[in-house]
Design a protein around this ligand. Structure first.
Ligand code: ASP
Length: 430
C-alpha cells in the first residue's frame, strides 16, 4: 500500500504556507475593495464554503473521538481512586493558570491604561445575555440522554457519560474486556481519521484566513491599538513565559521541545478560532507527539477544550480595565479581585467556539457594575484577538496535560524527545 508518510512530513510546512498565502490574499482583497461579484462568489462563496467544510471536517470528529477515547482512557485506569486524583490535579491547574492569566492581564491593563482618553462615541450596541443560575450549571453536567448530549455536542455531559461508561467496563469482567477491545480498535481508526482529515488543513487554513482578512482590514485596530496590543502582549507572555515556567517547574520537561513538537496545534486554533474544532488535532498531537498517555490525555484535553480558557480570561481582564477607564469608572482593588474570580469562572462556562468569550465578558462586567454596552467598544478587533486567544487556550490544555501525565508516570519521554512527525502510515494489520 502507498505510504503517505512523506506527505505528512511536510504537512506543518504546507499549513504555514497556506496560512501566509491566506493572510496575503485576504489583505489584498481587502485593499482592492471587493465588488458585488467578488463578494458573492469568492469571499462569501468559495472561501466561505471551503473554510466551513474544513471546520466541519474537524468538528465531525469531536464527539466520537472524545467519547471513544475517554472510555478507553478511563478503562485503562487500573485504580478508580486515580480518577479523583487526576481530576483534582487537572481542575486545580486549569483554575490556577486561569487566575494567574487574568491577574497578569489586569496588572497590565491598569498599568498601560489603554482606555484613557478613548472616544466613547465609537461604541456599537451590545445586548447582554443572562447567565444561567449556578445550580442549573451543575445539574446540566449530568446527561439525561447520552444520544441527545452527543447530538448537541454537549461536551461536559459526554465527558460524564464516558467516565461512567469506562468505569463500568472495568467492573464488567469478560464482557467489559470484549467491549473495551472494540472501543480500542475504534479509537485507533478515529485517530487515523484525524490524521487523514488534517491533510485538508493547508487549504482550509488558507480559506479561513483569506476570508477573515478580506473582511477585517486593519483600520479597526488604529483607535484600539493600545487595547489590541496590550491583550496581544499578555497572550504572548502567558504562552511564552507562564506556561513554560509551569512546565519546567512542575514536570522538568523542556519548554523548547514542547513548542517544537506542539507548534502546529496553535495554527489550527488560530485559523478556526475554536478550541472545540481544534480538539481532534490537540488530542492527536498531545498523545502522539508530546507523549501523554491516552488515559490522561483523553480526559484532560476535552475537559480543557471546554473549561480552560486562559486566553479568553486574559482578554476579559484587559477589556474590563479598558472599559472602566474609557467610562472613567474606578472599580478599585476589590472590583478587580471580583474580576479575577468571575473571569476565572466565566472561562469555565465559555464554550470553545468563536466569539463566546466576548459574550461571557458581559457577565464579568455586570458583576462589577460596569456598563455592558462597553463591549461594543472592543467588538471591532475581537475577531483577530479571538484567533490568538484560542491558540493560547489550547496551549494551556496541552501544558496541563503534560504536567499531570508526568506526575502520574503516564508520560512517554521517548516520544516527547523524538523528532518523529505524525505518521499516516497504514497500520500493519491492513
Ligand atoms: N474562541 C475561543 C475558544 O474556542 C473562546 C473565546 O474566547 O471566544 O477557545
Amino acid at each position: 500500500m502507498l505510504s503517505l508518510k512523506k506527505q505528512t512530513r511536510s504537512l506543518t510546512f504546507k499549513i504555514v504556507v497556506g496560512m501566509i498565502l491566506g493572510f496575503l490574499f485576504g489583505v489584498i482583497l481587502n485593499l482592492i475593495g471587493p465588488d458585488e461579484v467578488m463578494r458573492t462568489y469568492l469571499i462569501d462563496g468559495a472561501l466561505y464554503g471551503a473554510g466551513q467544510i474544513f471546520i466541519a471536517s474537524l468538528m465531525v470528529l469531536v464527539v466520537p473521538l472524545v467519547f471513544v477515547s475517554l472510555v478507553c482512557g478511563t478503562a485503562a485506569l487500573d485504580d478508580i481512586t486515580k480518577l479523583g486524583r487526576i481530576g483534582g490535579k487537572t481542575l486545580g491547574l486549569y483554575l490556577v493558570t486561569t487566575a494567574i492569566a487574568v491577574t497578569v492581564a489586569i496588572g497590565f491593563g491598569v498599568t498601560v491604561r489603554p482606555g484613557d482618553g478613548f472616544q466613547l462615541q465609537t461604541a456599537v450596541e451590545f445586548e447582554a445575555p443572562e447567565a444561567p443560575p449556578f445550580v442549573e450549571t451543575i445539574v446540566n453536567l449530568f446527561p439525561r440522554n447520552p444520544i441527545a448530549a452527543m447530538a448537541e455536542g454537549n461536551m461536559l455531559q459526554i465527558i460524564v457519560f464516558a467516565l461512567l461508561f469506562g468505569l463500568a467496563l472495568t467492573y464488567a469482567g469478560q464482557a467489559g474486556k470484549r467491549v473495551l477491545a472494540g472501543f480500542q480498535d475504534l479509537n485507533e481508526v478515529i485517530m487515523k481519521l484525524v490524521l487523514l482529515l488534517m491533510q485538508l488543513a493547508p487549504y482550509g487554513v488558507f480559506a479561513l484566513l483569506a476570508r477573515v482578512f478580506a473582511d477585517q482590514g486593519f483600520e479597526a485596530i488604529a483607535p484600539l491599538a493600545w487595547y489590541f496590543f496590550t491583550v496581544l502582549f499578555v497572550l504572548i507572555f502567558h504562552a511564552m513565559v507562564i506556561y513554560p515556567s509551569f512546565l519546567k517547574l512542575l514536570s522538568g520537561l523542556s519548554p523548547v521541545t514542547f513548542w517544537r513538537r506542539f507548534k502546529e496545534v496553535p495554527v489550527f486554533a488560530f485559523s478556526t478560532a475554536s478550541s472545540n474544532a481544534t480538539l481532534p488535532v490537540t488530542l492527536e498531537v498531545v498523545e502522539e507527539k508530546l507523549g501523554v498517555d491516552n488515559s490522561i490525555a483523553s480526559f484532560t484535553v476535552p475537559l480543557g477544550a471546554t473549561i480552560n480558557m486562559d486566553g479568553t480570561a486574559i482578554m476579559q481582564g484587559v477589556a474590563t480595565a479598558f472599559i472602566a477607564q474609557a467610562y472613567g469608572v474606578d472599580i478599585g482593588v476589590a472590583g478587580y479581585v471580583m474580576v479575577v474570580v468571575t473571569a476565572t469562572l466565566a472561562s469555565i462556562g465559555t464554550a470553545g467556539v468563536p466569539g463566546v468569550g466576548l459574550i461571557m465578558l458581559a457577565m464579568v462586567l455586570s458583576q462589577v457594575g460596569l456598563p455592558v454596552e462597553g463591549i461594543g467598544l472592543i467588538l471591532g478587533v475581537d475577531r483577530l484577538l479571538d484567533m490568538v486567544r484560542t491558540a493560547v487556550n489550547v496551549t494551556g490544555d496541552a501544558t496541563v496535560s503534560c504536567i499531570v501525565a508526568k506526575s502520574e508516570n503516564q508520560f512517554d519521554e521517548k516520544k516527547f524527545n523524538s523528532s518523529q512527525p505524525l505518521s499516516l502510515e497504514p497500520s500493519e494489520k491492513m
